[in-house]
Design a protein around this ligand. Structure first.
Ligand code: HEM
Length: 472
């Protein structure tokens, strides 16, 4: 048997593994003598050695460099996702696709794994079991998921687009007159939550409450802030469900409540929370990552004159090369399994890296991307994102609306200075500072504001005009 652990190369300079002695000294040394001892597991032998830490800023700054290193282990590589918490990371496309579609071998239920890690580990909020679609298998999973998919099916794309435009306008209105904005915090992170506030049937004035609550749950909050935010979020959800139980409307909450699968109130709450949580951060990152590409690449100047790139191109680029949730794909082996050359122990956490799998053969260009099969950024198999079309409508419309109103928007810092939020799962900018010619409220009241260089409504959304962009 060939050892899966023969990387033979040193980690990249600045690799998190160097700090504690280096990965190459770990698995390579441990297994240099050959295959694992009979009855043993490779993981037993690498324990005690330093692994690539996915939560370090160095990984966030340049994940593709680490994927290249990790690929030398084979299809799966051992990594650390929080202090003292290890996982196997799938970096190979075929292995990823197979795993995502094999429910018989891989479970999404994290309960047994939770017994094996410190209860206060930083990844628990993302991996702790809940009674929702994401953390359940088989019939239970299907029952929950159907409620979500059937309900979203009732949201018409045209109607969704109109709601995104309205939400986008309300945000742009807040910073339009200033000429500068952090697109991450003032736009990309707020728009999905305001959309969910609307789609789940809450009046607009509750949107800021939801944004504030979720903002308080982000990394970096003190325990007190996180507890307060958690309480605020629970209060929001209780208010939402209470209102809709009292009076139904044409909204997701009412459709969840009335779905023939007959979810209990507790189950409805859990599906609302997972829908908001599973949609919020990926959408924010999709919007921001695509905008960062558009604002730093001259080929996006004009799509009207032909030959230039569109918003859809930017989104496609992100979906292939910079997935919003690079590694958020937790699976647990139902039994000891020898998988694509690596032993995985029963109960072991295995994460699929969509980002590494998509780019196994290098960065995917726009030309090659369209002809080289499907990316895995929506996952695949039973737990694949249930609403990719809705997500695309939201992200595309949000970007089109912004670039239509602020037609000369450009990055306020060189693209190389943008920084990425550390964390094992997401591909998220910490900020996306931009500047533009200010626009002022429209005196005539025909539109929320007026830009002397633009018509009273924004240009056709296929345009991403940026006449004077210069970055860096
Ligand atoms: C309207 C926005 C979105 C909503 C409401 C949403 C909702 C969900 C839900 C409910 C699940 C769990 C499905 C299941 O376990 O059966 C899910 C899974 C997933 N979604 Fe989405 N999503 C949204 C946007 C996105 C975006 C923008 C991306 C990435 C581009 C994405 C990628 C994924 C992936 C990779 C999974 C599988 C996660 C896993 O297996 O651990 N989603 N989504």
């Amino acid at each position: 048997m060939t050892s899966p652990y023969e990387p033979g190369a040193t980690p990249p300079p600045g690799c998190p593994a160097h700090a504690q002695g280096g990965v190459a000294a770990g698995p390579a040394d441990a297994l240099a003598q050959g295959a694992p001892a009979p009855g043993g597991h490779p993981l037993d032998q690498v324990e005690g050695h330093s692994l690539v830490r996915l939560y370090d800023p160095e990984f966030a700054a340049d994940p593709h460099r680490y994927y290249a290193y990790l690929r030398q282990y084979g299809a799966l590589a051992p990594v650390e996702i929080a202090t003292g918490v290890t996982a196997m990371l799938v970096t190979d496309y075929r292995a990823a696709l197979e795993l995502l579609n094999d429910e018989a071998t891989w479970s999404k239920d994290s309960r047994a794994w939770m017994e094996t890690v410190p209860p206060d580990t930083a990844v628990m909020p993302m991996l702790g079991w809940r009674p929702n679609a994401l953390f359940n298998d088989g019939d239970v999973h299907r029952r929950y998921r159907q409620v979500i998919t059937d309900s979203f099916r009732l949201v018409e794309p045209q109607e969704l687009r109109a709601r995104v435009r309205k939400t986008a306008d309300s945000l742009i209105q807040k910073f339009g007159a200033t000429g500068e904005v952090d697109l991450m915090s003032a736009y990309a992170q707020q728009l999905p939550l305001l959309m969910f506030n609307n789609l789940f049937g809450m009046p607009d004035e509750y949107g800021d409450q939801l944004v504030a609550a979720i903002g308080g749950l982000m990394d970096g909050a003190t325990p007190e802030e996180a507890a307060a935010a958690d309480a605020a979020f629970s209060a929001y959800i209780m208010e939402l469900v209470g209102r809709k139980k009292a009076q139904r409307g044409a909204d997701l909450t009412s459709w969840f409540l009335d779905h023939p699968n007959g979810l209990s109130d507790e189950e409805v709450v859990a599906q609302i929370v997972v829908t908001m949580a599973a949609g919020n951060e990926p959408l924010a990152n999709l919007i921001a990552n695509a905008l960062s590409r558009m604002l730093s690449d001259d080929r996006y100047y004009s799509t009207l004159s032909g030959g230039a790139l569109t918003v859809q191109d930017a989104i496609n680029q992100v979906l292939w090369n910079d997935p919003p949730m690079g590694q958020y794909s937790a699976h647990y082996a139902r039994r000891d399994v020898f998988f694509h050359g690596t032993w995985v122990r029963k109960g072991q956490l295995v994460l699929v890296s969509y980002a590494a799998a998509n780019t196994q053969f290098g960065e995917v260009s726009l030309d090659s991307g369209s002809g080289s099969g499907a990316h895995l950024t929506w996952a695949s198999g039973p737990h694949a994102c249930p609403v990719p079309r809705h997500a695309l409508v939201i992200a595309t419309t949000a970007i089109e609306r912004l670039t239509a109103w602020l037609s000369d928007i450009e990055l306020a810092v060189p693209v190389e200075e943008l920084s990425w939020r550390p964390g094992a799962f997401q591909r998220a900018l910490t900020a996306l500072p931009a500047r533009f010619t200010p626009i002022t409220p429209d005196q005539a009241g025909a539109t929320p504001w007026d830009n002397s260089s633009s018509p009273s409504t924004p240009p056709d959304p296929t345009s991403t005009r940026r006449p004077s962009a210069s970055v860096g």
